[in-house]
Design a protein around this ligand. Structure first.
Ligand SMILES: C[S@@+](CC[C@H](N)C(=O)[O-])C[C@H]1O[C@@H](n2cnc3c(N)ncnc32)[C@H](O)[C@@H]1O
Length: 250
């Protein structure tokens, strides 16, 4: 049987947010490859082999998946959220570009998933309703200077922003520096949203003015959304609605 490789997004955590297309690929797979907590979301069944691996081994993981697909297996590489958003799809294509010539002829498909920023946006209204950008705040794969430049320029261009990987135990100071840059550049009290464990039973949404945001409000289970200067808050009982109007007058 001809092998295949699917790179699939499992969504932000709630199984109801796995797309039918991804569920179908998981049901047909012979092998699931991915970071330990994501593979742990897949139920074991006869005929299915799970290949969990540690963080930061994306290229090794990709090569294993490509090798198995070349040998006739139906392989699914899983990411959380969407596989193209700071996740495995790019790693697999990097392995293909620099790897075995046969890998280029494989049947490879990327199946999208619901990324954390869109699930977080939906949980509080529509803060990303106008132009926005997404920035990974980890400096594991790029220099900190570049992150700071992008934060400053995105602030100057008045984008709403989504921040992934905001603050980890090994990078405790990075998010403090990022917040300072944003507070200095934006210089107003626009809303910033700390959305933790979105779509899971322990989801929390904390909305504060940018001027009052502190680094301890985020961790690696949090996606952070910052409004533009035009983002609005509708106060009500419970979590307010936050939205960014669709239009800007010329
Ligand atoms: C390596 S990135 C993977 C992003 C993923 N591919 C996606 O599309 O959501 C991991 C970061 O995504 C964010 N994230 C993923 N799932 C989340 C969730 N359920 N709630 C809040 N943030 C989440 C956090 O910022 C976390 O540090």
């Amino acid at each position: 049987m001809r092998g295949s490789l699917v790179i699939a997004g499992l969504g932000p955590g709630n199984d109801a947010l796995i797309t039918p297309e991804v569920q179908d690929a998981l049901d047909r797979a012979t092998d699931i490859v991915g970071y330990i907590p994501y593979v742990a979301r897949i139920a074991a069944r006869p005929g299915l082999t799970l290949h969990p691996s540690d963080n930061r081994v994306e290229i090794d993981r990709s090569r294993l998946a490509l090798d198995m697909a070349c040998n006739g297996r139906q392989v699914v590489v899983v990411s959380s959220g969407d596989p193209s958003v700071f996740a495995m799809a790019s790693a697999v294509f990097e392995a293909v570009e620099h790897g075995e010539p046969d890998w280029r002829d494989l049947d490879i498909q990327v199946l999208p998933g619901i990324t954390a920023m869109l699930a977080a946006s939906a949980a509080c209204g529509a803060p990303l309703g106008h132009d926005f950008c997404a920035i990974n705040l980890s400096d594991n794969l790029k220099p900190w200077d570049l992150i700071e430049k992008r934060l400053r320029l995105a602030g100057e261009a008045d984008f709403a922003m989504a921040f992934y990987n905001p603050r980890s135990k090994s990078r405790p100071e990075g998010f403090a520096k990022a917040l300072k840059t944003l507070q200095d550049t934006c210089n107003d009290a626009r809303p910033i949203i700390f959305a933790r464990n979105v779509s899971r039973p322990d989801q929390t949404i904390n909305i504060v003015p940018l001027t009052e945001a502190t680094p301890d409000m985020a961790d690696m289970r949090t996606v952070v959304l910052l409004g533009s200067s035009r983002t609005r808050i509708i106060q009500r009982n419970g979590t307010p609605f936050v939205y960014t109007p669709r239009s800007v007058e010329g």
